[in-house]
Design a binder for this molecule. Structure first.
Ligand code: HEC
Length: 177
């Protein structure tokens, strides 16, 4: 069978005409533009994936410092009684923790944080660990949801601020055991 460019099947004719020149030139122009752009982008522009990633990480770490900005020798909250920290901590509590612990810390799905009952310890170092590391869901203890970790989302300084506010609301939160 010889190749017939203008086949006809069931009354439908398939034309095999060359593409219009204007179409071909747009196609060629697109290919050239893509080549030029990729060479420019990878060789001559200053944007690099690694650098962009590192910059974003740096930005995040500046906002939420992971390293302990403030420390004390005995593990107690170094921001205890600090008026600024208490005010900042209250703001953080109301935006982040209140969803689970209630706007005044009276408890919701998460336990009451302003009474004298502490499941995971009532000293600054224990409460700090609880908030930073979170508490995994435990099937054996029905009714208790997980408590999310905050070491990456808030970082130590913001957590100490929240604890400064908590200590101002709850005298049973002790500096040390
Ligand atoms: C998604 C809900 C949720 C959020 C958000 C949350 N928590 Fe919790 N939290 C819980 C739950 C549930 C528990 C109880 C875990 C358990 O005992 O198994 C808990 C436990 C705690 C405890 C231990 C209480 C005790 O009696 O020992 C502290 C302290 C605490 N949360 C503080 C915070 C702070 C501060 C924040 C905000 C930075 C926060 N939580 C955000 C759900 C949450």
């Amino acid at each position: 069978m010889t190749h017939n460019p203008n086949q006809e099947f069931d009354g439908i004719r398939q034309a095999d005409n060359p593409l219009p020149n204007w179409w071909k030139w747009i196609f060629v122009a697109c290919v050239v533009a893509a080549l030029v752009y990729s060479i420019y982008f990878h060789k001559y522009s200053s944007w690099e994936q690694d650098v962009a990633y590192e910059n974003e990480v740096k930005e995040h770490e500046e906002k939420f410092p992971k390293a302990i900005a403030v420390t004390s020798d005995d593990g107690s909250n170094p921001l205890r009684g600090n008026t600024n920290a208490i005010a900042e901590g209250e703001k953080t509590f109301k935006t982040i923790c209140a969803a689970c612990h209630g706007p005044t810390g009276q408890g919701l799905v998460g336990p009451n944080l302003v009474d004298s009952e502490w499941i995971h310890g009532s000293s600054d170092s224990e409460v700090y660990a609880t908030i930073m590391k979170g508490i995994a869901f435990d099937k054996a203890k029905l009714g208790r949801g997980p408590m999310p970790p905050h070491e990456n989302s808030l970082g130590s300084e913001k957590v100490y601020q929240v604890m400064a506010w908590l200590a101002s609301q709850n005298k049973s939160l002790k500096a040390s055991r």
